[in-house]
Write a protein that binds this ligand. Structure first.
Ligand code: LLP
Length: 419
């Protein structure tokens, strides 16, 4: 159950009619439900109530300041992957001691920025990165808290583009080589080894890959203890899936039970990096039908939202539910929903049964809160969409729609081209 429900024929976001939001904010627009964000955060947090833990929201899923502040107010931290994300997190008031920094390509200035901000730990993804962090911490006269991101070689059984914990992936340090790297790290003057980290993939619909991962990491932790290396934090990454269509992923409470059971005897402080699970079903994207047309073999519904606004269908063939904002259409059709972009890959739904939309109808794309706006671009010189947060019977534009000046911001025509 989420907070996007019909009252009569009208789709509502909490207590607000979606069409009233569109009247003010225009289309395409992303709409987030504050109550749903809170509920999802609490469900994850409560799932681990029995043990010391921190929920470090993986903010790449949706990095709007208002979303971050919602979680900060509930005691959440964040998982970041860039200096830009750190900047946003600090602006939103996230406690630096609840920030973990993942990613295979941390740059010198980003490492320095994170050290100066006093983040909890770096999730180190390579041997060279470890050296670099040690050097930079040394030059700043400080020590860097680190975990090694261990690649456990476990198959999460999800889409190949979002599988990260297999041997062939670019992520983390192979589990067989991790013990040596831990020993090296422990001997470094400007490194403080405090944790172990992994992240095996996204949109997982089973618990067993998480459990397999924990069991593998436990063997490594036993080896660390023998070597005299004691950890404080166990970061299990993110990855718990959501329902887009027919998927039936475990609920956070079930996930919590299984993980607490597997990890309790270790006595470590658990860290989780959920992204999609917190925000995916807390958001929708709404576009407007511009035209409909009958092709040779297909029906097309052409909307004013496109792959630059919601890239997931084009990129991964992902499913997003399609719903009418006002259910007053005459029957249904099977059609593709496409955007104005000049690429055949620009579709938001394919061969889908849907209401017989007409020009002017509003179309809601469901489960768009994660990796929706965050992955949007200006391709085809399209200003990025507005974002709105609803709370009860009120709503706020939390990101203005871009305008045409935003599109050319920072561009210069060189003198030699002036006539
Ligand atoms: N931690 C790390 C280190 C990650 O790389 C990710 C996601 C997460 C946590 C959060 O995973 P989640 O809980 O959201 O599954 N753009 C793709 C998803 C890419 C996921 C990248 N990493 C999509 O739209 O499906």
């Amino acid at each position: 159950m989420h907070h996007f429900q019909y009252r009569g024929n009208e789709l509502y976001a909490e207590e607000v009619a979606v069409k009233d939001i569109v009247a003010k904010a225009g289309t395409p627009v992303y709409i987030y439900s504050h109550a749903t964000l809170e509920r999802h955060f609490r469900a994850m947090d409560d799932a681990f109530a029995a043990v010391p833990h921190t929920i470090c929201y993986s903010m790449k899923a949706n990095s709007n300041l208002a979303v971050l502040k919602t979680f900060a107010n509930l005691g959440g931290g964040v998982d970041i992957v860039s200096g830009g994300e750190l900047y946003r997190a600090l602006k939103a008031g996230i406690d630096p001691k609840k920030i973990v920094y993942s990613g295979v390509g941390k740059k010198d200035d980003e490492i320095e920025y994170a050290l100066k901000a006093g983040i909890l730990m770096f999730n180190v993804e390579s041997e060279e990165e470890l050296d670099r962090i040690n050097e930079i911490a040394g030059s700043l006269g400080t020590k860097a808290g680190i975990a090694i991101r261990v690649n456990p070689d476990v198959d999460p059984e999800t889409h190949p583009y979002i599988t990260t914990g297999l041997k062939k992936a670019k992520f983390g340090i192979n589990i067989e080589r991790s013990l040596d790297q831990y020993k090296r790290a422990a001997a470094m003057p400007h490194i403080e080894v405090i944790g172990i980290d992994c992240h095996i993939g996204s949109q997982l619909t089973k618990i067993s890959p998480f459990v397999d991962t924990i069991r593998k990491l436990k063997r490594l932790i036993a080896g660390l203890e023998e070597a005299g290396i004691r950890l404080t934090y166990f970061d299990l990454g993110g990855g718990l899936g959501i329902t887009y269509d027919e998927e039936a992923p475990p609920l956070p409470a079930e996930y919590g039970r299984a993980i607490v059971e597997e990890t309790r005897d270790m006595g470590l402080h658990l860290i989780f990096e959920p992204g999609r699970n917190l925000v995916g079903n807390a958001g929708i994207m709404v576009g407007k039908c511009l035209y409909t047309k009958k092709g040779e073999e297909k029906n097309f519904v052409i909307v004013d939202a496109a792959m630059n606004d919601l890239a997931r269908p084009s990129l991964y063939g992902s499913f997003h539910g399609v719903q009418a904002v006002c259910k007053d259409q005459d029957g249904s059709i099977v059609a593709d929903i496409v955007g104005p972009i000049c690429e055949s890959g620009d579709f938001l739904a394919k061969d889908r049964e849907m209401p017989r939309f007409r020009g002017g109808d509003l179309v809601a794309f469901m489960s768009a809160g994660a990796y929706g706006f965050a992955m949007s671009s200006n391709y085809n010189s399209r200003p990025r969409a507005a974002e709105v947060m609803v709370k009860g019977d009120t709503f706020t534009i939390i990101r203005e729609r871009e305008n045409r000046d935003d599109l050319i911001k920072g561009e210069n025509i060189p003198d030699f081209l002036q006539k």
